[in-house]
Design a protein around this ligand. Structure first.
Ligand SMILES: *Cc1c(COP(=O)(O)O)cnc(C)c1O
Length: 460
């Protein structure tokens, strides 16, 4: 055969029969398990019974399962996945050419569905288990709207009510994702709202507030626990979400294995850690079992640096302090990123699984500034044809950095990164970059100290 026919294709697809039939639970192979969720009142580990008041029963089981390595994907979820998966693993030949690098770059593109991101992978699973339990509906929060959009699609598929508390500033300034949600039948309420006790309290204390993710979470939890037949669902951070997102890593691994490709570096952007955790899980499993070694890099915004500058401690997941406490790398639930921050990934904490892997030195983290992230996004868009989400562009930035290092050293490293979504609904951020008005802000130690002061005082 000539080298031409041996060439790795631009897109590596999988056949339907090669798609994962089980999710992989990386906790089963972790020596140090993530710390248990704790009761915000007592600091004691949350029991299944306590968690079931808030979350769906089967999802609680998955949340607490630290030992089962593979969990069957129910047939209905496999069938839904087949509508928009497998997602392509793309060889970035054009980017390599542009960079003149000997590195081989691949990206797993999750933006090929209407919700525009990887979040649908977990939304459909969570909606399925809610339906199975005989619930009427679910409640959730959304910031810019990616998670709410994915969940509204999943709920309409299973005929569930979907109540979304959307951070007020996004509700008003980002009408498009709001309308996608309503098109799929979701009820979208700007948060804080008068519909919950916590919303009324926040409005009274901070009249005119434009809301926050932490506040919308509190409202969504209250709405779920105060209505018969409803539960709360969350689109990131939790271990169950990383479990569902392992479909991304499993497909990536199968596709690479078909061509005997072994990655050297695997890169993901990190907000709550779900796409990163899902992408790296099967590879991390091999590393944990001593079968293979990889370099893993989490990329976060320098303006919201939970892994690189946060504390590893039990913290609140929400402003209203009604959710279980989680031990994680955190900036404190009182931390608010500077108002000029446009690149997403603004949650104050990080997945417990990713936090533990990072604490154990099994992966690295880098913080990058938003103007360099958008510069990388534009460079990528112009050669690879996809307009990336600002979140995804954090991973692009570091992939390009690593490819440039290879150019200097002559090393032919194989780099894989997660391209989590498209940026069509983020054009105000692109506009400020294109106009040259985008700025960077790195919080000072004093800024961070204010967030750390909001950490709960528990000795754990
Ligand atoms: C939500 C989102 C992220 C960040 O969430 P993780 O849980 O950290 O994966 C990244 N990219 C896109 C496109 C998103 O919508």
């Amino acid at each position: 055969m000539t080298t031409e026919t041996n060439k790795i294709p631009y897109k590596i697809y999988l056949e339907e029969h090669e798609m994962p039939k089980q999710w992989y639970n990386v906790r089963a192979d972790m020596k140090n398990k993530p710390a248990p969720l704790a009761n915000p009142g007592t600091g004691e580990p949350m029991t299944a019974e306590e968690l079931e008041a808030v979350f769906c029963k089967e999802l609680v089981k998955q949340e607490l399962d630290d030992t089962t390595p593979y969990i069957d994907i129910p047939q209905e979820i496999q069938d839904f996945y087949k509508m928009y998966r497998p997602s392509p693993l793309v060889r970035a030949y054009c980017l390599e050419e542009k960079l003149q690098t000997p590195a081989k770059i691949y990206y797993k593109f999750e933006g090929n569905n209407t919700s525009g991101s990887h979040k649908l992978n977990s939304a459909i699973a969570q909606a399925y288990y809610a339906k199975e339990q005989g619930l009427k509906g679910v409640t959730t929060e959304t910031g810019a709207g990616q998670w709410g959009t994915a969940l509204s699609m999943a709920c309409s598929y299973f005929g569930l009510d979907c109540n979304v508390y959307m951070v007020k500033v996004s509700y008003e300034q980002k009408p498009f994702r709001r309308e996608v949600m309503r098109t799929y039948g979701a009820k979208v309420t700007p948060s804080p709202s008068e519909t919950t006790a916590i919303g009324r309290k926040i409005l009274e204390e901070h009249p005119g507030t434009t809301g926050s993710l932490g506040c919308a979470i509190s409202e969504a939890v209250e709405a779920a626990t105060s209505q018969e037949g409803y539960r709360y669902v969350l689109g990131s951070v939790l271990s169950q979400v990383l479990l569902h997102q392992s479909v991304v890593g499993l497909e990536t691994k199968t596709a690479l294995d078909k061509y005997n490709i072994k990655p050297d570096i695997i890169i993901g952007c990190a907000g709550g850690g779900s796409n990163l955790g899902g992408l790296i899980s099967p590879f991390m499993g091999e590393k944990l079992r001593g079968e293979n070694d990889y370099q893993f890099i989490a990329v976060e915004p320098a303006s919201c640096p939970s892994l690189t500058r946060g504390k590893y401690a039990y913290d609140f997941c929400d402003t209203g302090k009604v959710c279980p406490l989680q031990k994680m790398y955190t900036l404190g639930s009182g931390f608010i990123p500077s108002p000029n921050h446009a690149g997403g990934l603004r949650y104050h904490g990080m997945s417990g699984i990713v936090s533990q892997l990072y604490a154990d030195g099994l992966m690295e983290a880098r913080a990058v500034e938003q103007t360099e992230v958008f510069a990388a996004a534009v460079e990528f868009a112009r050669v690879e044809g996809i307009l990336p989400a600002p979140e995804s562009s954090h991973a692009i930035k570091v992939a390009i950095d690593e490819a440039k290092k290879c150019k200097e050293t002559g090393e032919e490293k194989t780099i894989v990164f997660g391209l989590t979504g498209t940026g069509y609904f983020d054009m105000y951020a692109y506009e400020s970059f294109n106009n040259g008005t985008m700025t960077d802000y790195i919080p000072t130690d004093a800024d961070l100290a204010a967030g750390f002061a909001s950490l709960p005082k528990i000795e754990k």
